[in-house]
Design a protein. Structure first.
Length: 199
């Protein structure tokens, strides 16, 4: 009787604790290690990103956010990451605009590592990302890139300071969208959007 009660309580605790997944990365950045945890409980998905300094082994920053529309399968594959800093999966082909769960690169063209992390699974346009720009010794959410660009850029033009996304517009065309960064004002603006045929 006691054994049955114990087993029932054990399985209830396991079921109520939700799904959890943690991935650790030491090869995406020159200066930082990353640990990403995904938890799902009562339809709410919580992503926790712990950033550790390589030199000191101390926690540099912790970033947490909730997602309503993130698939439970998104963070199951730890290898689905990309780094334009160290070259890990840099040239890997994206699948439906999915460039990885965690991406390290310089997104505001200042020579300092920034990061993008998957925030929603998205629709046929691909997943949506939160962008964190490194400034004042901290990763700060970039509201423009997160709320306006949303998708990850297929092209990063360092010379012209432009990010370019290609998103499904309809069954036959992509929308090519330009986002321009002014290094003097340190502000983004939307450029021209054009429809191009899908190959």
């Amino acid at each position: 009787m006691y054994l049955k009660s114990f087993l029932l309580l054990f399985f209830i605790l396991i079921a109520s604790s939700g799904n959890a997944q943690t991935c650790t990365y030491k090869n995406l950045s020159k200066n930082f290690d990353f640990s990403v945890s995904y938890k799902s409980k009562n339809e709410i998905k919580t992503i926790s990103l712990i950033i550790t300094q390589k030199a000191t082994k101390k926690i540099f920053q912790e970033i947490n956010f909730d997602s309503e529309y993130l698939s439970q399968f998104e963070f199951k594959e730890c290898a689905n990451v990309r780094s334009y800093s160290t070259g890990v999966n840099k040239n890997a082909k994206d699948l439906d605009n999915d460039f990885g769960n965690l991406i390290i690169g310089d997104f505001n063209f200042d020579g300092i590592e920034d990061l993008a992390i998957k925030q929603e699974s998205g629709g046929n346009g691909g997943p949506l990302y939160n962008y964190y720009i490194q400034k004042n010794k901290k990763f700060v959410l970039d509201v423009f890139l997160t709320n306006t660009m949303k998708f990850f850029p297929s092209e990063i033009d360092k010379n012209k300071k432009i990010l370019i996304t290609y998103v499904h517009a309809n069954a036959y065309q992509f929308s090519k969208n330009l986002y321009l960064y002014d290094t003097k004002t340190k502000k983004w603006k939307e450029g021209k959007s054009t429809l191009i045929p899908q190959n």
